[in-house]
Write a protein that binds this ligand. Structure first.
Ligand code: NAP
Ligand code: MG
Length: 403
């Protein structure tokens, strides 16, 4: 059998610890036997980031802008404990944060569903994808403690020095607290476009919610920007694709989400996305089954697993002990990137390969072969726990029959 050709390279961002081990095994066992894999390789492992003063992260983001599609392994975000462990010159910033800022991207997280693992909300038979606006609001706030007797005001000075002010509260008879929030129209618009583009890409409805009835200027601005961009640029495309844009109040949205069967993208303001993404991920069963893609407003894609480097398993692996680490989300990062590359390049064999590898992965788990984390959750009767590498080999057995 001849190998599948790639026209354009993928940007490959290698990472750390157990996921770095899995990364190589996925390439060796599941990709390179079938594809003439073309990648532009960037080593985002912490050793290399430290060596290059984190330049490698910036270079990888630039390459992603150039080629349009990247696949990323989980990476360590250093904390105090990592300083001596890796002999670091600095506590380097999160690579994901750097890449997201450079691409002005929005992160979409989607669970992978398999038979045998029922979500905590059993009616969720389809995935719910969460998109979080990762700028502003309470994450970029200023706040103060206010002593009793003080008066708090919100003041804006325009470029000519004119001031507009509003009283927040006269703290006559109690001390208290105040907070200043902001967001930017350009950031909201980028988020809006990334969400509409991704909905078209996935052919899924898009939901968005705020508290605009209470927050008549702040939250209302989000509602208006979504509505204006939808009417001007997306309504016809949504009609043609047979999908909907649905806006409601955040509390109504939460009630509807719980009653729904899933199958849509839920765009969230920053705080809502922080909270809801953890709730939704947990309800679907396992962080190891959650994929993540960063999408820029101009259509650049970076695929990864939502989980971290699985440090505890890596330390076992280093000691020569057996691990049973789940590689599904990392496999799906590769299939997401290969499918997108195939779609952009017009190489249907690559798209077909991505579909087959996803099917082989799910079929393998549904046939009862799975890693330890899923073994604990699965209600299948004939289930069998395998180690990290045995799982990949079992997926390959299934895959080879589909090819
Ligand atoms: P983690 O790597 O996601 O792992 C936390 C725990 O979740 C693991 O110890 C394991 O539980 C379970 N788990 C996660 N993924 C799994 C998988 N694929 N298969 C089986 N079990 C899995 O989070 P962490 O330990 O808090 O963080 C480790 C490192 O990852 C940190 O340095 C952090 O900075 C980094 N991180 C990177 C990213 C990213 O690059 N996107 C995201 C998050 C964290 P058990 O130990 O109970 O088996
Ligand atoms: Mg959170």
């Amino acid at each position: 059998m001849s190998k599948i050709e790639m026209k354009t390279p993928l940007v490959e961002m290698d990472g750390d610890e157990m996921t770095r081990v899995i990364w190589q095994w996925i390439k060796d066992i599941l990709l390179e036997p079938y594809i003439d894999l073309k990648t532009e390789y960037y080593d985002l492992g912490l050793v290399k980031r430290n060596e290059t003063n984190d330049q490698v992260t910036i270079d990888s983001a630039e390459a992603t802008k150039k080629y349009g599609v990247a696949v990323k392994c989980a990476t360590i975000t250093p904390n105090a404990a990592r300083m001596p462990e890796y002999n670091l010159k600095e506590m380097w910033k999160s690579p994901n944060g750097t890449i997201r800022a450079m691409l002005d991207g929005t992160v979409f997280r989607t669970p992978i569903l398999v038979k045998g693992i029922t979500p905590y909300i059993p009616t969720w038979t389809e995935p719910i994808t969460i998109a979080r606006h990762a700028y502003g609001d309470v994450y970029k706030n200023v706040e103060m403690q206010v002593p009793k007797g003080a008066k708090a005001e919100l003041v804006m000075t325009d470029k000519d020095g004119n001031k507009t002010s509003e009283t927040i509260l006269d703290f006559k008879d109690s001390s208290g607290i105040i907070q200043g929030l902001h967001n930017r129209d350009d950031s909201i618009a980028s988020f809006t476009k990334a969400c509409f583009n991704y909905a078209l890409d996935m052919k899924k409805d898009l939901w968005f919610a705020t508290k605009d009835t209470i927050s008549k200027k702040y939250d209302h601005r989000f509602k208006d920007i979504f509505a204006e961009i939808f009417e001007a640029e997306y309504k016809e495309k949504f009609d043609a694709a047979g999908i909907e844009y649905f806006y409601t109040l955040i509390d109504d949205a939460v009630a509807r989400v719980i009653r729904s069967n899933g199958g849509y993208i839920w765009a969230c303001k920053n705080y809502d996305g922080d909270v809801m993404s953890d709730m939704v991920a947990t309800a679907y069963g396992s962080l190891a089954m959650m994929t993540s893609v960063l999408v820029s407003p101009d259509g650049i894609y970076e695929y990864e697993a939502a989980h971290g480097t699985v440090q505890r398993h890596y330390y076992k692996h280093q000691k020569g002990e057996e691990t049973s680490t789940n590689s599904v989300a990392t496999i799906f990062a590769w299939t997401g990137a290969l499918r997108k590359r195939g779609e952009l390049d017009g190489t249907p064999e690559l798209v077909k390969f991505a579909d087959n590898l996803e099917k082989a992965t799910i079929d393998t788990i549904e046939s009862g072969i799975m890693t330890g984390d899923l073994y604990l959750l699965s209600k299948l009767e004939n289930k069998k726990k395998v180690n990290t590498k045995e799982f990949l080999e079992a997926v390959n057995d299934t895959l080879s029959k589909l090819m």
